[in-house]
Design a protein around this ligand. Structure first.
Ligand code: 13P
Length: 306
C-alpha cells in the first residue's frame, strides 16, 4: 500500500510546482471515488475524513476507529501515492485516537480557539504524532464560513505572517493552513484572495502551506498560490454537492416498482449511489488537473523531479 508521509507528498509538490488535493470523503463511495480519480489522473492524493460535520458522540464512540479501519481497508488495493488524513477534529483526544486508528496525518480544528490553547494542543499533538511517524497540520488564522447565503466573518481573522512564524516554531507542525481571504463552504461565487499576504506568510514560515475552502477558491489564483508556497488544497462542499445532485437526478427515475436493493447500496450500475460516486470522481479529476497533479504519481514514487 503506497501510504506515504504527508511531508513527502507536500515537499514533492512544492519542489515541482503543483499542489496535492485533500478531497474530503464521508463514506466508502466518496472515498473510492477520490481514489478512482487519482488513479485515472496518475496523481498523488490526500484522502480522508473530516470531523467538522460529524457528531461528537458518534466520533467519540466508534466513529474514528470505523473511519480509520474502512479507509485502511480500501487503501490496501490502492496503487497511487496517498496520505490518509483525519481532518479538523474537535478535540486533541480525537486527533490522538486518529493516530491510534491508522491515519498517518491528523489535524485539530483549533482555528477558533484562543491562540495559547491552540498552540499548546497542537504542540502536544505533534509530540505524540511524530513519535508514531504521523504528520500534523494546523490552521493559524481563522476562515469565515458561508452560511445562510452570507459570509459570516464575525469571528474570522487573516493569518499574520510574523505570528505564523512563531506558531510554527512553537509547535513544529508539518503543514500550516492559512486564512488569506479563503472561505469555508462557499458555493456562491468565489473568494477574494490576498496573494500579497500569502507571499509574506510563505517568506516567514518554512513549512508547506494549505488552503482550506477549496470549493470557493478562485481557479485563476491557483497558480499564484502554488507559487507562494501552497502545496495542499482542501475541497469538501463541492464534492458532496456533486454527489447529491447526481443521486437526486438518478433517483427521480424510480417508478416505485424497481427493486430498492438494486437502487441503493448494491454497487451495481443500477445503484443511485454509484451515480453520486461517478460525479465525485469527475469533480476530483478536474481539480487534480487544476492543481497540476496529473501524472505525478510515478516520479513521486521514485523520488524523481519532473
Ligand atoms: P470547502 O468545503 O469549502 O471546499 O472546504 C473544505 C475544507 O476546507 C475542509 O477542510
Amino acid at each position: 500500500m503506497p501510504l506515504l508521509p504527508l511531508p513527502v507528498l507536500l515537499s514533492h509538490a512544492r519542489d515541482n510546482g503543483y499542489a496535492v488535493g485533500y478531497f474530503e470523503s464521508w463514506d466508502s463511495y466518496s472515498f473510492e471515488a477520490v481514489l478512482d480519480a487519482a488513479r485515472a489522473e496518475k496523481a498523488p492524493v490526500i484522502v480522508g475524513f473530516g470531523a467538522t460535520m460529524l457528531a461528537d458522540p458518534w466520533l467519540d464512540d466508534r466513529g474514528i476507529p470505523f473511519l480509520g479501519a474502512m479507509g485502511r481497508t480500501i487503501l490496501e488495493g490502492c496503487d497511487v501515492p496517498v496520505s490518509f488524513l483525519l481532518n479538523e477534529t474537535h478535540t486533541l483526544e480525537q486527533a490522538i485516537r486518529g493516530i491510534e486508528c491508522g491515519f498517518n496525518a491528523v489535524m485539530i480544528d483549533s482555528h477558533r480557539w484562543p491562540v495559547d490553547k491552540a498552540r499548546d494542543a497542537v504542540a502536544t499533538l505533534v509530540q505524540v504524532a511524530h513519535a508514531s511517524g504521523v504528520a500534523v497540520e494546523a490552521e493559524f488564522g481563522s476562515l469565515p464560513d458561508y452560511v445562510g447565503g452570507r459570509i459570516a466573518d464575525e469571528y474570522s481573522y487573516m493569518t499574520d505572517p510574523d505570528e505564523a512564524r512563531q506558531f510554527v516554531a512553537d509547535t513544529d507542525v508539518d503543514c500550516l493552513a492559512v486564512a488569506v481571504g479563503n472561505v469555508h463552504l462557499l458555493t456562491a461565487g468565489t473568494a477574494s484572495i490576498d496573494l500579497t499576504r500569502l507571499q509574506q506568510i510563505d517568506a516567514a514560515v518554512d513549512v508547506p502551506l494549505a488552503i482550506h475552502g477549496g470549493t470557493g477558491f478562485p481557479p485563476e489564483d491557483v497558480a499564484a498560490a502554488i507559487g507562494s508556497g501552497v502545496a495542499k488544497f482542501n475541497v469538501g462542499t463541492r464534492l458532496k454537492k456533486a454527489f447529491l445532485e447526481a443521486v437526486m437526478a438518478n433517483a427521480g427515475s424510480w417508478s416505485g416498482q424497481e427493486s430498492v436493493h438494486d437502487l441503493v447500496g448494491s454497487h451495481k450500475d443500477t445503484d443511485f449511489l454509484e451515480a453520486g460516486k461517478a460525479a465525485v470522481t469527475d469533480s476530483v479529476r478536474a481539480l487534480i488537473r487544476l492543481y497540476g497533479g496529473s501524472n505525478r504519481a510515478a516520479d513521486l514514487r521514485t523520488g524523481a523531479r519532473a
